[in-house]
Design a protein around this ligand. Structure first.
Ligand code: ZN
Length: 164
């Protein structure tokens, strides 16, 4: 079942989350619910505080091709390069802006089976992971916005970006 999205302002969004210590049935249920919530809101990523759970859990699914990444206790172990691009957030409807992120990262995390992974991510995938992982530290993208983009200008901006 999809969860209601926690909207800003809410203290939980600015509170660092706790590590997951055990993968329980409740956690699996939460992962499934988070994915449904992300899909229901057309998101490409979601972090546990956004559904009211202060846990180090985040999902990213930028498109069908790259598929779903369910990350438990994720950690960025390497980051390089710089890239500026537009972001939005489920907890800030209608807020869009450009943010500087690392261009390439290596993220280490556990999946729902408790397997540990290390994944190299670049470009928008890397961006989405960095955005979601900052939620787990209680940090919000609005503090990093370089240029705000009005919702009505978003399509034009994206088109221009593709033509670059
Ligand atoms: Zn967000």
């Amino acid at each position: 079942m999809p969860y209601p999205i926690v909207l800003y302002p809410n203290k939980i969004l600015e509170t660092p989350t706790k590590e997951v210590v055990e993968i329980t049935d409740e956690l699996i249920e939460m992962l499934d619910g988070m994915r449904e919530t992300m899909i229901a809101h057309d998101g490409i990523g979601i972090a546990a505080p956004q559904i009211g759970q202060s846990l180090r859990v985040a999902l990213v699914e930028i498109d069908e091709e790259s598929g779903l990444f369910e990350m438990i206790n994720p950690k960025i172990i390497k980051a390089k390069g710089k890239d500026i691009d537009v972001e939005g957030c489920l907890s800030f409807p209608e807020v869009y802006g450009t943010v500087e992120r690392a261009k390439e990262i290596i993220v280490r995390y556990f999946d729902r089976e408790g397997e540990e992974y290390e994944v190299t991510a670049t470009e928008y995938f890397a961006r989405a992971i960095q955005h979601e992982l900052e939620h787990l530290d209680g940090k919000l993208f609005t503090d990093k916005i370089i240029d705000k983009i009005a919702p009505e200008d978003l399509d034009a901006y994206m088109e221009e970006r593709l033509n670059d």
